[in-house]
Design a protein. Structure first.
Length: 131
């Protein structure tokens, strides 16, 4: 059910933001009928933490093929990486495991691949002892 024509849709943030490298993940929610009823749709947005604009590198793997450079809007020199992923319900606080964002749904979870810079290369430490 859409609101009356004179009523503007509003978008709000209901969860905490998550910082991954220099990318800020934030979930937004757009209610459809009544702001007090859980219905509507939402987005998972990837923003540059320093500018507040959409990320310049490809962050989401929306087609699930494990590649990020083919998930773009537009074509040629005007192509830009996907900066938001739509959800079919109110997005909650997602859970990130390795390179996958699990977004809760009323039944189950929506999985979206993410370009997580924290998962690159070997992570280890070495203790240096002075003799």
């Amino acid at each position: 059910m859409e609101p009356p024509l004179a009523t503007k849709l509003g978008e709000r943030i209901l969860t905490d933001t998550v910082l991954i490298g220099k990318t800020l993940l934030v979930s937004s929610y757009i209610p459809i009928a009544d702001g007090c009823v859980v219905d509507g749709r939402g987005y998972i947005n990837a923003l540059d933490a320093f500018t507040g604009t959409s990320v310049s590198e490809n962050f989401f793997d929306v087609d699930g093929d494990g590649e990020f450079d083919d998930d773009v809007l537009g074509s040629g020199s005007s192509a830009v990486g996907v900066g938001s992923v739509g959800t079919s319900s109110s997005p909650g606080q997602g859970l990130i495991i390795s390179d996958t964002l699990f977004q809760p749904k009323p039944v189950g979870a929506q999985e979206v691949g993410i370009n997580n810079p924290a998962n690159r290369g070997r992570i280890s430490w070495r203790e240096l002892i002075k003799e």
